[in-house]
Design a protein around this ligand. Structure first.
Ligand SMILES: [Zn+2]
Length: 915
């Protein structure tokens, strides 16, 4: 085969104008061409870039290793096979090199595959050093910079499979790798010559395997897109789709990628997703984060417009940009590039959640699937002049053709303008240094005399993880904002990642309340961690003498031995949880009120430990950064035992993501718990087994939480078998459908009435009033124009002596607004159950966007509803929101360690009678 398949006269004309796509000398694989033709559902869904593949190149093709061409119907590959393919290719090709970057939670090796010309691959290290120098141009002259740019190749890094249900990219990337290594066409030759292509084969390797098993077991025969078989309950270990909202890089694969990024500095990262039809190309629509370099926002349409034009030229319909995802939040994984002066790109290609060919209803239709499409993407718009079809038979090969054609075209841009891509990366890095000297704030100071420095340490180490330089002041810092003691931490903005420091630490000033944003509108780290961070508009801040901090550890203190008792001071550190679990066999009491000992103030909530247990305490304390005071006299205030409740965490099967964040936090703080599902709840006897049941925010509504995956279709097993080795992890069920049902709600009620404590978080709290677990509470909907995408707002403490507020000395507490839909209310006679409420109003929106902030005025933020012998503790906030709002975590831990004493400090009210 010397030429691609030609299907019509238009294609012949097109081929003539696309001569660079092929090399007439290279022999093509007729079987591959035939497969592409057969598997592509309409002639216009492919292009001359991808309808052929070299034969007899001497390199293994995907079919040689995997036994199938890419895009084969009903075929997905497991991660080991994917990795096996790249290793086979690298073993034969001097144009391919594999860099191992670490391990996943489940032990799979993560890699980046680098592909370029033999010469570029032979000089990878030199290129890496050049990019590092250009990425940190301090002390680099303009002449030297230009000389470096001239001999440096851009790395263009493509990520596939971050979202495991988006199954096409990990398949497509193998074909792309082979094509880049084997094909001799002018276009591919030019890409090899001028660009180093990086491939992350599957950004969530654990999830790839789990989803592939799920597809083969439960989804392969599903062709009804109006009522599809649900996806796998788990991808990776914890956080599901939020692995693209993991702003602090908790996921191991994300961290491995970040480490690679900071070492290799690819100027472009391109993340390949699947959702909307047929190919959406990100172009950075508003709201845009104004702290990033304006050059980024000109580069994005520079690339996307060429891709739209080329794909249109190849006759491929339904390619568009704009109108979908904005550039406000820096928390998406591929944003690590633009956050570090590179360029983020991403695609959404139409996908079927597997490799089964299906009739797809693209335009919104009535019926059970009606919510799946946000707006009508088959409508013509200025940015979508050739919209996707209203219905289409769609295949994995269509998906491969679109994505690969787009990506090859993006690589064509990079290969045509390699010096511009590298030059822009340098310019943005240089501008970042200048911006830090020209634009206030010039620095952020984290005062070293905050009562709890353990949360400051969390914050500093997260900044360090992202490559942001932090210094420790060697002497007192005097700025126009105030005086800060020696040892205070200073983040200066005249550093390569000074813009990122600003983005993470500043308050988010949302530009236009009429604009929607795709994820959160706020993420201000200091507000979320309850750490004081002072922005400085004083240029002197740039000259403060500091020593660089690699990793920051808070300094705790131990006390003299031999005292009758000791107090571990509670200033709100989450490390008190670690201490409690480290001392699980030691009696620990909690001071109910503040007192003084030896001239030291001991706050309410402080742990009191007997002198006999001091050696154990001391060993546990040293790494935790907590402060201990010797108590020579008996404690003068009431105390109670710090409980270690038997904890269950309830999870639905259909919405495990936010449960995953709570599991992650519990694992980090070594908190033992049972993860329970519908079957355990329905079985009853909960009070015998548990003291506290935590119901994390999950599902879109209380109804979802109760009834979960609908009882339609066939049973959906999530169990381990010889063929499904990766199912049945983190829980197991012969059929995940059906939810806890009313039967389960009844068991939860029996649990509470028998003295249990039920803790509901965020949107899960709506279950309590809606299903009769909180008889005094009413839930209502926000009004139509209320819009609050995760702003940080003030909450007001209504019961300061209640144990929930140990470690929270202030009357107001910054909290992340958690609910999209629900507001609570109580009759005046039951107002005493409100532990915390929202003062509301614009002045109490601390960061990000909330329209109609008066609507939340005086609404409860935390309610304690007595019921029988027990209680329901309803958080309208989410005290464990992702791995972000560290300042709120302690409210949940306080509820756990004080679950027997949660009535303390409550004003009497007239709760409903048990019944
Ligand atoms: Zn996705």
């Amino acid at each position: 085969m010397l030429r691609p398949h030609l299907r019509c006269s238009a294609a012949i004309l097109l081929a003539a104008s696309l001569a660079p796509a092929l090399n007439a000398q290279q022999v093509m694989d007729p079987v591959f061409a035939d497969h592409v033709k057969t598997w592509t559902t309409k002639p216009e869904f492919t292009s001359p870039l991808v309808d052929h593949l070299p034969a007899a190149s001497g390199l293994p093709s995907p079919r040689d290793v995997l036994g199938h061409d890419i895009g084969a119907p009903r075929v997905l590959d497991h991660y080991a096979d994917i990795l096996g393919y790249y290793r086979a290719l690298a073993a034969k090709s001097p144009r391919v090199k594999i860099v191992e970057t670490g391990r996943t939670e489940e032990g799979r090796t993560t890699v980046i595959v680098l592909i370029s010309s033999e010469d570029n691959i032979a000089h990878l290290d030199e290129n890496r050093r050049n990019l590092a120098r250009l990425g940190d141009p301090r002390g680099l002259s303009e002449t030297d910079a230009q000389a470096l740019i001239a001999r440096t190749k851009p790395i263009y890094l493509a990520l596939g499979g971050l979202h495991s249900a988006e199954t096409g990219p990990p398949e497509m990337l193998m074909e792309l790798a082979f094509r880049l290594a084997a094909e001799d066409s002018p276009l591919i030759g030019k890409i090899r010559q001028n660009v180093i292509v990086g491939i992350n084969p599957a950004s969530d390797p654990d999830g790839r395997d789990r989803y592939t098993d799920w597809y083969y077991r439960n989804k392969i025969d599903d062709t009804n897109d109006l009522d599809p078989v649900p996806g796998a309950p788990y991808w990776g270990k914890y956080i599901f789709h939020d692995n693209n909202r993991d702003i602090n890089y908790t996921g191991a694969s994300a961290r491995n990628l970040l480490d690679f990024y900071l070492k290799w500095r690819p100027p472009i990262i391109h993340d390949l997703h699947e959702s909307v039809p047929f190919l959406y190309v990100y172009s950075g629509q508003p709201p845009q984060n104004p702290s990033l370099d304006p050059l980024l926002y000109t580069e994005l349409p520079w690339f996307s417009n060429f891709e739209l034009t080329q794909l249109r030229r190849y006759g491929m319909p339904g390619v568009w940009d704009h109108g979908y995802v904005d550039a406000w939040s820096p928390g998406y994984v591929a944003f690590m590039s633009s956050n570090h002066n590179g360029m983020v790109r991403f695609y959404e290609t139409f996908g079927n959640g597997g490799a089964t060919t299906e009739l797809r209803h693209v335009a919104p239709v009535d019926g059970p699937g009606e919510d799946r499409h946000a707006g009508d993407q088959t409508k013509r718009e200025w940015f979508r002049p050739d919209p996707p079809y209203k219905t289409v038979v769609w295949s994995m090969r269509n998906n491969t053709n679109y994505m690969e054609t787009g990506l090859l075209t993006a690589l064509q841009t990079a290969a045509t303008f390699p010096q511009e891509v590298v030059g822009n990366f340098y310019t943005k890095s240089r501008n970042a240094l200048e911006d830090g000297r020209k634009t206030a704030p010039y620095a952020f100071v984290i005062p070293g005399d905050q009562a709890d420095m353990t949360r400051a340490a969390l914050l500093v180490n997260l900044l360090r993880q992202q490559g942001i330089e932090v210094g420790r002041a060697t002497a007192e810092v005097v700025l126009k904002e105030g005086r800060f003691p020696a040892g205070s931490l200073v983040v200066k903005r005249d550093q390569p990642y000074g813009r990122l420091a600003k983005i993470l630490l500043e308050r988010q000033d949302y530009p236009d309340p009429k604009l929607k944003t795709y994820d959160d509108s706020a993420w201000t780290m200091g507000l979320e961690a309850h750490v004081k961070v002072v922005p400085s508009a004083d240029l002197k801040a740039l000259d403060v003498p500091v020593t660089p901090v690699d990793r920051y550890e808070a300094q705790g203190s131990t006390a003299k031995a031999g005292a009758p008792a000791y107090a571990v001071l509670d200033h709100g550190s989450i490390n008190l949880a670690l201490l409690r679990y480290a001392l699980k066999d030691t009696p620990v009491r909690i001071a109910e009120r503040p007192f003084t000992a030896g001239g030291r103030a001991v706050p309410a909530g402080s742990f009191i430990i007997d002198g006999h247990d001091y050696p154990r305490l001391k060993a546990a304390l040293v790494p935790l950064g907590l402060t201990t005071v010797a108590l020579d006299e008996p404690v003068s205030v009431p105390t109670h035992a710090a409980a270690l409740p038997r904890i269950a965490v309830y999870s639905t099967w259909g919405s495990t993501q936010n449960v995953g964040w709570v599991r992650y936090a519990f694992d980090q703080y070594r908190t033992p718990y049972d993860l329970i599902f519908k079957d355990e709840v329905r079985k009853g006897g909960l009070r015998r087994r548990y003291d506290v049941i935590v119901v994390p925010s999950q599902g879109r509504s209380a109804k979802d939480l109760v009834f979960d995956v609908p009882m339609r279709g066939k049973p959906l097993p999530y169990t381990k078998t010889a063929q499904s080795r990766f199912l049945g992890d983190y829980g197991s069920s012969p059929d995940i459908r059906g939810g806890m049902g009313l039967e389960g709600v009844g068991e939860l009620r029996r649990f509470v009435e028998a003295g249990g404590t039920l803790i509901t978080l965020g949107d899960a709290s709506a279950m309590a009033p809606d299903y009769g677990l909180a008889p005094d509470v009413e839930a209502s909907r926000v009004s139509k124009d209320f819009y609050a995408p995760g702003p940080i707002v003030n909450a007001r403490v209504a019961a300061p002596a209640n144990p929930i507020f140990y470690g929270y000395p202030d009357k107001t507490i910054p909290v992340r607004w958690a609910s999209a839909t629900t507001l609570y209310s109580l009759p005046e006679c039951a107002r005493g159950m409100v532990l915390m409420d929202f003062p509301g109003g614009a002045a109490n929106v601390l960061s990000g966007l909330m329209t109609l902030p008066d609507e939340i005025k005086n609404r409860p933020a935390l309610i304690e509803q007595p019921l029988g012998q027990g209680r329901v503790l309803m958080f309208a906030t989410n005290p464990v929101y992702r791995w972000q709002n560290f300042g709120e975590f302690r409210m949940l831990y306080n509820a756990l360690f004080n679950y027997r004493n949660l009535d303390l400090g409550l004003t009497p009210s007239s709760p409903a009678a048990p019944g």
